[in-house]
Design a protein around this ligand. Structure first.
Ligand code: PAF
Length: 296
């Protein structure tokens, strides 16, 4: 276990990566906002595996940057947890080669950029309904980070499912040449999806928050009976969770388009939930396999 090199500027980052790139190594990238946990560690492992070939591993870069552009006024930018020393320890444990931890001025040298990424219609549903400018900020910074790191592969968590779908779409639509990989959500033993925002939950809120994963699991258990049954099962779980203020609970196709009115047996889908527990907004999602063939 050795401490990763930390690059604070674009020039340091470029210099540190140049030699590795010249020798033909593929670059793996995990963009984060810090407050790292086991979920991030699993993204790092996945990223490293993607650039390991014939016993040779390309460089793994992790960025730590709390991006002001993806927070609306009144959101949690100022109280977002900043735990740089602990983050570096996790990066060291996961054999990260390079941590890119720029300042806001380094990422946005001229203040707000004049040219930004329009995330399109997929950013107006689900999270986009209550956070209308969020994905505009996410895609703009991820586009910039892709430009600075120039990775071959980048890994994001499926927990932020809509974010993953939008970044994948951006890489494809703008021909960025980055393979975007989604890694499964890591959960606590009791089902709570790991998230940097879990730190905001009081002990009581944390217990209440379990209703989200319980609802999604209930939907999975009922999914062979179709989407209505799956939604009803999830709602029953949520009905008994009085401290959970539901924002949305929806079943969509895996690419987040609407499902057809008549869902053929065996249709893959995703159930997505967002809710406020205390003062903390949580999101989660799980895959569904709707109306399995041969099941009444
Ligand atoms: O998921 C996150 O941590 C952030 O939205 C990301 C992708 C690092 C962009 O700031």
């Amino acid at each position: 276990m050795s401490a990763p090199v930390v690059a604070r500027t674009r020039t340091e980052l470029a210099d540190l990566l140049a030699k590795r790139r010249e020798s033909g190594e593929r670059v793996a990238f995990v963009p984060t906002m810090g407050a790292l946990h086991d979920g991030h560690a699993s993204l790092m492992r996945e990223a490293r595996a993607r650039v390991t070939e014939d016993g040779r591993t390309g460089p793994l870069v992790v960025s730590i940057f709390v991006n002001p552009m993806q927070f609306a006024p009144g959101e949690d930018l100022d109280r977002y947890p900043r735990t740089f020393d602990a983050d570096l320890e996790i990066c060291a444990r996961e054999d990260v080669d390079l941590v890119f931890a720029p300042s806001v001025a380094e990422v946005y040298p001229g203040g707000d950029p004049m040219v930004t990424v329009d995330p399109g219609p997929l950013a107006t549903v689900l999270e986009g309904r209550s956070r209308p400018t969020h994905f505009h900020g996410v895609l703009t910074v991820v586009g910039k980070l892709f430009g600075l790191v120039r990775p071959d592969v980048a890994v994001f968590g499926q927990k932020d499912y809509q974010q993953l779908a939008l970044i994948r779409q951006m890489s494809s639509d703008l021909c960025l040449g980055v393979e975007v990989v989604g890694a499964p959500t890591i959960r606590e033993a009791d089902g709570l999806a790991l998230s940097s925002r879990n730190q905001y939950l009081s002990a009581q809120d944390r217990v209440e928050a379990l209703a989200l994963s319980r609802a999604l699991c209930a939907a999975q258990r009922a999914d062979q009976h179709g989407p209505e049954a799956a939604l009803a099962a999830a709602r029953t779980e949520l009905d008994s969770a009085k401290a959970v203020d539901l924002d949305y609970l929806q079943i969509l196709a895996p690419d987040l388009s609407q499902l057809p009115a008549d869902v053929p047996p065996g249709t893959e889908a995703r159930i997505l939930i967002a809710a406020r527990v205390g003062s903390t907004r949580l999101i989660d999602n799980m895959p569904l396999h709707l109306g399995r063939e041969g099941t009444p």
